[in-house]
Each structure stands twice: as C-alpha cells, then as structure tokens.
Ligand binder design. Structure first.
Ligand SMILES: NC(=O)c1ccc[n+]([C@@H]2O[C@H](COP(=O)([O-])OP(=O)(O)OC[C@H]3O[C@@H](n4cnc5c(N)ncnc54)[C@H](O)[C@@H]3O)[C@@H](O)[C@H]2O)c1
Length: 365
C-alpha cells in the first residue's frame, strides 16, 4: 500500500479491481441522512427489493449477527451486523446497533446506531454514518414491500392495526402511505398510553400534511384482541422479548401480519399461518417466534418462502390463510441504503471528509 489520503478529489471508494488508493474517510450525520432519504420512499422500496434479489441470487455475504448482551442489563443489547454486498455497487461494512429500551422513559429513542462502509478494494473504512435512520428506513421499506407483494392476490388491506407504536411503527406508516396504501381505518394499541397517544398525534399530523393519504377513522384500542380482529393488515413493532399473543382464533379472518418485532406470536399462531421471511437461516434464530415454532415442530416446513421468492414469482401467497412476514433484518439492506446516502451526499459536495483520519500510511515511515 503506497497511497496517501486523497483530500476530496475522490469521494467514493475504488472498484474492487481498480487502482488501490486509500479512500477519504467521511462522517455523515443523521441530519444529512434524513435529508437524502426523506420523500424517496418508492425509490428506497425498489432499492431494498433489488438488494433482496441480490441476496437471494448469492451476490451477498451476510454472516450471523453478533449479539452483545449484558448480565447486569438483561433488557439491553448491542448487535453487530457485518455484511458484504455485491452487484453493481459493491460495498462491505458493519452496522453496530444498540437497543436500550429503558431510554424511552427518559425521552431518548431506544435504538442508536452507526454504519461503517468499507472499500472492497482496500478494506479501508471510508464512511461512518448515523444509522438509526438508515435502519428504520430499510426496515420500513422492507415492510412496505411485503405489504404490497404479499397482498397482491387478496383484497388490498383497508384496515390497518399497529401493535407497538414507537419509531419503527411511525416509519412503517410513512412508507405504507408513501407507497400508495390507503386505509379507511387505523387501529392503535400500545401498553404505554403515552406511546399510543403520541402515535395518534403523528397520524393526525401526517393526514393533515398528506390529504391524499388520510388515516381514516383512528381507534385507540385498550386490548390487542379487538385491534387484531378488526384489522386486515396488522403491524407488530413492540419490544416484547417473548410471545404475548397466544390465541389463534384472533386471526380467524386471515389478516396479513407484518411481524417486525419477531417475538410477539406463539408457535401455535405461526404454525397456523403461511410464513414468509427475509432469510430462513437468519430468522430461525435468537428465540424469534418462527424459531420457537421450529423447535415445537421439529422442522422448517412451515416456512413458505422468502420475500425474494415472492418477488421472483417462485412461490404463491395464499389468500385463504393468515400470512405472516417475519424479517430478521439483513445487514446488506443497511449497506445498500448507506451506500445510496453516501453517494448522494458526495454528489451534493457536502461530504465531511476528515483529511488526516488515516495517518500512518508508509509502511517503513
Ligand atoms: N426486523 C427488523 O428488521 C427490525 C428492524 C428494526 C427494529 N425492529 C424491531 O422493531 C421493534 C420496535 O422498535 P422501536 O424502535 O419502534 O421501539 P420503541 O421502543 O420506540 O417502541 C416500541 C413500543 O412497543 C410498545 N410495547 C412494548 N411491549 C408491548 C406489547 N406487549 N404490546 C404492545 N406494545 C408494546 C412500547 O410501549 C413502545 O411504545 C423492536 O422490537 C425492534 O427490535 C425490527
């Protein structure tokens, strides 16, 4: 390695087989991330779908996430998601995301994250991005894709219910609305009355700002049963650590369920439904509801396919059963969205490059 840091002449890393120089290192703030992503929901859903296709076709590496847990703080965790994305815009990297649910009581978001992008040619990290927004965005884009693709063979959902109404629920609602889902009724349930009330205010403000996308009648439910029974699209975005929804009869009307929080449903409900995931090996881990169902059943035959299978037309989605989408959340999605943000910020000339970040660059001084 003989390169010296560029001082802004090159804002993007080299192609893997291109000349090897040390890429400039940039820090990208949450404000910059949000400026790039806001209002681009349809484009981001397409980006996430393209990334699922690359993953399904073997053009990614997405090893298991690593969970750092704390015996003295059992409800908290920090997860490392290393990943490598091939295809037209190759990039390697790592998302490092904390979940500290007690933050919420102090008025601080539960999750905080950074995303490191690495140059596939040299391995050098070339950007560190605020990533709670990227993470929420790719999660919501994936949910919006699932809501669209998994409901294409059944009547479009008209009554949506949100169970757990924090930041992720808000992003999912924004993406559903921006990608054309229209609801006559919106149900809200949260164990915290404050969260439910805050989400209602968000829904009302969103409807005011987007007259083409009304929230319809908003109901704050006092129990999850009524919300589930009256919704044909149910979004779980709680922080439940183990199943708390136990009665398959609540799903007798066969809704589409976006099971984003992964641990809300008992194995009986999972096994009574058609199941789609983002990646089978990833999702059947870490005591998710599909993982518990696998342990109960003794096999994985209850998984009907991945969202990529649905996108490719390889599997049919039943219209006469409850359909559950459980996405584990793939690091390659963060890389795809992070790389998009980096490219846009670089194009706008607003990349904050730290010129002397890599300093010891001559092997023998
Ligand atoms: N699958 C993925 O790719 C992915 C990605 C990001 C986040 N998530 C998950 O989404 C979930 C929500 O994240 P967030 O940032 O919005 O969290 P948050 O803390 O902002 O909101 C969670 C809400 O759930 C409520 N809640 C907790 N237990 C509940 C229960 N039993 N019934 C109803 N409500 C309940 C809480 O009161 C809170 O308002 C987390 O579980 C997170 O791990 C999944």
């Amino acid at each position: 390695m003989t390169g010296t840091p560029s001082t802004g002449t090159r804002n993007a890393p080299a192609a893997p087989d291109g000349p090897r120089t040390v890429p400039p290192f940039a820090a990208i703030s949450g404000a910059q991330v949000q400026r790039v992503l806001r209002g681009r929901e349809r484009q981001l859903v397409r980006l996430v779908e393209d990334t699922y296709r690359l993953h399904s076709d073997g053009h990614t590496l997405n090893p298991p996430s690593y969970f750092l847990r704390f015996p003295d703080r059992p409800d908290s965790r920090i997860i490392a998601l290393p990943a490598s994305l091939g295809g037209p815009r190759p990039v390697d990297g790592l998302k490092w995301i904390s979940s500290f649910p007690r933050n919420v009581a102090e008025g601080i978001p539960r999750a905080s994250a950074v995303l490191i992008l690495n140059d596939p040619a040299t391995g050098y990290p070339y950007a560190c991005l605020e990533s709670s927004i990227i993470s929420a965005t790719r999660t919501a884009a994936s949910a919006a894709s699932a809501a669209d693709r998994l409901s294409s063979g059944r009547p479009r959902p008209r009554r949506v219910g949100f169970l757990g109404t924090g930041l992720i629920a808000r992003y999912i609602h924004t993406f559903l609305a921006a990608t054309g889902q229209r609801f006559e009724a919106t149900g809200v349930y949260d164990v915290s009355a404050d969260s439910a009330a805050g989400f209602r205010t968000y829904l009302e403000q969103h409807a005011e700002a987007h007259p083409a996308s009304p929230a319809g009648h908003i109901t704050l439910h006092t129990d999850p049963e009524r919300l589930i029974r009256t919704s044909d699209l149910v979004v779980f975005a709680t922080v439940a650590a183990r199943p708390h929804i136990t009665d398959p009869a609540w799903f007798a009307h066969h809704p589409l369920v976006l099971h984003i929080s992964l641990r809300d449903l008992t194995p009986e409900i999972v096994l009574d439904s058609a199941n789609f995931v983002d990646d089978v090996d990833h999702c059947l881990k870490a005591d998710t509801s599909p993982h518990l169902a696998e342990q109960r059943r003794g096999n994985r035959d209850f998984i009907d396919g991945t969202l990529a299978d649905v996108l490719a037309g390889r599997v049919r989605v039943p219209d006469d059963r409850t359909v559950i989408f459980s996405p584990f959340g793939l690091g390659v999605l963060d890389l795809a969205v992070g790389d998009f943000v980096h490219g846009e910020v670089a194009r706008s000339g607003e990349l904050h490059v730290i010129d002397d970040f890599f300093h010891e660059l001559r092997r023998h001084g």
